[in-house]
Design a binder for this molecule. Structure first.
Ligand code: AMP
Length: 131
């Protein structure tokens, strides 16, 4: 069965998209640790990151780096943190999280954003990504 992230790729579920290539997609995490928390995924459906073939894995890292640089231009923070967990959604995703304190990296306290705040943020990161 298709993962929820494959459904987002196929346009069957909505997402606040920030960047896309032929092989990768980035969109805002719906339950963010901090404003700007973004997920980068390969369009290829794979469960665990280290099961990706090397080319797809390295491409995901390059894509994530480009997206992180765009987030950093838009969201005030000390730096962009990166995590890979995948215990909830079995489709490889890199968490990019704007960090101000260690708390932002802990996946315990969450930020609430309205639909319009998500939209504005996604648009701003998308513009920064396009450069
Ligand atoms: P994990 O698999 O533990 O790395 O966590 C999955 C992440 O995906 C969580 O941070 C969720 O908030 C996020 N998430 C789940 N469903 C969606 C969705 N439909 N759109 C955006 N983010 C999602």
């Amino acid at each position: 069965m298709a993962t929820i992230f494959t459904k987002i790729i196929n346009g069957e579920l909505p997402a606040y998209k920030v960047a896309e290539t032929d092989d990768y997609l980035a969109f805002l995490d719906i339950n963010p640790n901090a404003k700007g928390h973004t997920l980068c995924i390969p369009k290829e459906e794979e469960n665990k990151i280290f099961d990706l073939d090397e080319e797809t894995y390295l491409g995901l890292m390059k894509f994530s780096r480009n997206v992180a640089k765009a987030i950093e231009k838009v969201v005030p923070c000390q730096r962009i943190g990166m995590s890979v967990i995948g215990l909830e959604v079995p489709h490889v995703h890199v968490h990019l999280i704007p960090l101000r304190t260690m708390e932002d990296a802990r996946f315990t306290s969450k930020d609430k954003l309205s639909d319009s705040e998500f939209r504005e943020l996604a648009n701003a990161i998308s513009e920064a990504y396009k450069g």
